[in-house]
Design a protein around this ligand. Structure first.
Ligand code: FAD
Ligand code: MLT
Ligand code: ZN
Length: 639
């Protein structure tokens, strides 16, 4: 430890040592905070209540019956239909152990090799026929139907009839269709249901069949990935069927030239990171939950994390999606193009929709190349104003290589040191008020090192940095990141956590933490940390146990404060269950007649009500409201 620690006096000496080679992260400050017209509301909302509204189970939803379970076993096979109560305990509870549902059933669709090989045969025949126009057309028609409805011989006969209306030489296609249908029919008739899970159906068909059935029976479902969500979105509220994507974990393709990765939704983020590392690429997103969270969950929450600062949000990096809608139909948007301006880009509706509009089954994502030179500094600042000034200076002086700019206050570090195994203070001689993790990433090691050292020296002389240390190797870098990434876990271990994830103007952000401290007094430990480079504050309030009286002091104050400063009540975690009824603080308010749009006052009647529009989209795509009910939108609007 002593070897690499640096005090302010010998910071330069340490900064000039050889650095490590690890942790590709983001850069290029997109320091923009979007103010939607409806966010810009001045006359807001003192009427919203703070205590959690009691939610009633929607009586239109059916309850699971033994017939339902038998049906799901036919689709998935015995072992992928989980109804053992003990096994369901974890899936019913969120990562924070704050939200608990009572689902009786979890379904785990998975892809099967055998069906793929059948498809390969079909592909081969298609290729052989590709010179003949009518046959190719027939093949395409078949394939489209094949991916969705191709389930039984009876269905396939109907299909044959339709295809037989085509020119006579499409007979070959009909034969192929018939043979494939026969194979499936045979497997569904003669294999036991367990084998059917392995041999019978393709992943997308499984997800499609499950949703089609749930929709027809009015069974509510909750899509679940790694279950690391922080707003109660990934667990049932009542007895919703859990559709867990963990077994959908195949990498479909990777193009080394373009860096475009196509994979199934259940791929764990860290597994994708390792896969890409071998190819010389990185994922454009990184978060503390990477060991458990899945790319489908990341897309569905539009997760931010530590690299957004450099690589931007998933709205920019996700190139395509395959999504299954509530009625089981498949929305194939799995493109691998960077540019495609052919009308409305519908995939964006699903990025950040938290499982309320469809189940993401595949993702195509642009991945950046891994760069060779990475530097990470752990710095101390005496006050919040210095943190802000340091950020501005770093963006000006290191803009092209700056890849992460994270902060934590002394309360956050203190918690980490107390509760997180293996955490050590990189600057142990004295505690400081604020800590910054600043990372640069580029490809010219000596140039970047020199530039960074000059910047740090200058910032120290100017008083912006009071102490600091530069990681000397990969282990030190990991231990610095362990501190920042470990804050949520340390908070969890400390007791109850009231968690807020806010977008606020950087200059105002920490005022809220200080006001909250004054408001709550010694009864609570108020902690501030987050993605300073993205204007994203994580305000967390830690108490020994949950207490409604404390909640009533925090809410609606925290939401009103955010709304007053034109912020967002969810920067990156989503709304989930926690904030479904708070959406009006960031979108169009219900209760006002005049709203401030930019610098204009407009009658509300002239403005589109954004929340109502969202609810219309929800009703259009999921008329029975079976997908993740009670989440994202206030329940009275969604169904
Ligand atoms: P889940 O938690 O399982 O689900 C999240 C939501 O997405 C739910 O509404 C669920 O219904 C829906 N969903 C999941 N999979 C699908 C699918 N295939 N199709 C449709 N809907 C689906 N978040 C950040 O943004 N930035 C961070 O830096 C960050 N750090 C974290 C650190 C820790 C230690 C923890 C515990 C969480 C952190 N999170 C962070 C929150 C969380 O990890 C992210 O929201 C993550 O993207 C969730 O992925 P998941 O697979 O766990 O999804
Ligand atoms: C983080 O940045 O650490 C995550 O978003 C988790 C959290 O807010 O606690
Ligand atoms: Zn975060």
């Amino acid at each position: 430890m002593e070897k690499w620690r640096a005090t302010s006096r010998h910071l330069l000496r340490h900064f000039s040592k050889d650095l490590f080679d690890r942790r590709m992260s983001p850069s290029f400050g997109t320091f923009n905070r979007q103010l939607s017209s409806a966010e810009a509301v001045d006359l807001v909302l003192l009427s919203f209540v703070s205590v959690a509204t009691t939610i009633q189970r929607n009586p239109l939803f059916s309850s699971i019956s033994s017939d339902d379970i038998s049906h799901f076993k036919e689709i998935l096979g015995e072992k992928n239909v989980i109804h053992d109560e003990e096994k369901l305990v974890t899936a019913n509870m969120d990562w924070m152990r704050k939200y608990k549902g009572s689902s009786k059933l979890m379904l785990q669709p998975r892809s099967t090799e055998e069906w793929i090989s059948l498809s390969v045969v079909a592909e081969w025949i298609d290729c052989a026929l590709s010179g003949v126009w009518p046959l190719k057309k027939a093949a395409l028609a078949f394939r489209k139907v094949n991916s969705i409805y191709f389930q039984s011989l009876v269905q396939s006969f109907n299909l044959c009839l339709r295809i037989s209306e085509m020119p006579p030489h499409s007979l070959f296609i009909m034969i192929r269709l018939f043979l494939q249908a026969l194979c499936l029919f045979a497997s569904s008739t003669y294999c036991d249901s367990d084998k059917l899970g392995n041999y019978g159906t393709h992943l997308i068909l499984q997800v499609s069949q499950i949703l089609k059935y749930c929709n027809s029976r009015c069974l509510a479902v909750v899509p679940q990935g790694g279950n690391t969500g922080l707003v109660g979105g990934s667990v049932p509220v009542f007895d919703e069927v859990i559709i867990n994507t963990s077994s959908m974990s195949k990498i479909v393709s990777f193009d080394k030239v373009s860096g475009i990765l196509v994979c199934e939704a259940g791929c764990i983020l860290e597994n994708l990171v390792s896969f890409l590392d071998n190819q010389g690429f990185i994922m454009p997103l990184d978060l503390g939950a990477k060991g458990s969270c899945q790319i489908g969950g990341n897309v569905s929450t539009n997760a931010g994390g530590l690299r957004l600062f450099r690589y931007g949000s998933l709205h920019g990096n996700v190139l395509g999606l395959e999504v299954v809608l509530a009625n089981g139909t498949v929305l194939d948007m799995l493109r691998t193009l960077r540019k495609d301006n052919t009308g409305y880009d519908l995939k964006h509706l699903f990025i950040g929709s938290e499982g309320s509009l469809g189940i993401v089954s595949k993702v195509s994502i642009l991945t950046p190349p891994k760069l060779s030179s990475v530097n990470l500094a752990f710095l101390a600042c005496k006050d919040y104003s210095s943190c802000q000034k340091l950020l501005l200076a770093a963006k000006r002086k290191l803009g092209e290589i700056l890849s992460a700019f994270e902060f934590l206050d002394t309360q956050a570090l203190d918690l980490v040191l107390k509760h997180l195994e293996g955490a050590r203070n990189p600057l142990p001689t004295s505690m400081h008020n604020f800590y910054i993790l600043m990372e640069t990433t580029g490809s010219n090691e000596s140039y970047e090192k020199e530039k960074l050292e000059a910047f740090l020296l200058h910032s120290m002389e100017g008083g912006l940095i009071s102490d600091g240390v530069l990681a000397q190797d990969i282990n030190q870098a990991s231990s610095f990141w362990h501190i920042r990434e470990g804050v949520p876990e340390a908070l969890m271990k400390a007791g109850a956590v009231y968690k807020y994830d806010l977008s606020l103007p950087v200059e105002k952000m920490y005022d809220l933490v200080e006001e909250m401290r004054i408001r709550l007094g010694p009864a609570a430990n108020v902690v501030g940390y987050g993605h300073l480079g993205d204007s994203n504050l994580h305000l967390n309030i830690s108490t020994p146990q949950y207490d409604d009286a404390i909640l009533a002091q925090i809410e609606p104050f925290v939401y009103e404060w955010t709304s007053k400063h034109h912020g967002s009540i969810s920067a990156e975690h989503g709304l989930g269950l926690m904030k479904a009824d708070k959406i009006f603080y960031s979108k169009s308010p219900e209760t006002v007649s005049i709203i401030l749009v930019g610098s204009y006052l407009l009658p509300k009647s002239l403005c589109v009500d954004i929340v109502q529009l969202m609810a219309s989209i929800k009703r259009l795509l999921d008329p029975n409201g079976i997908l993740n009910p009670y989440k994202v939108l206030p329940p009275f609007l969604a169904s």
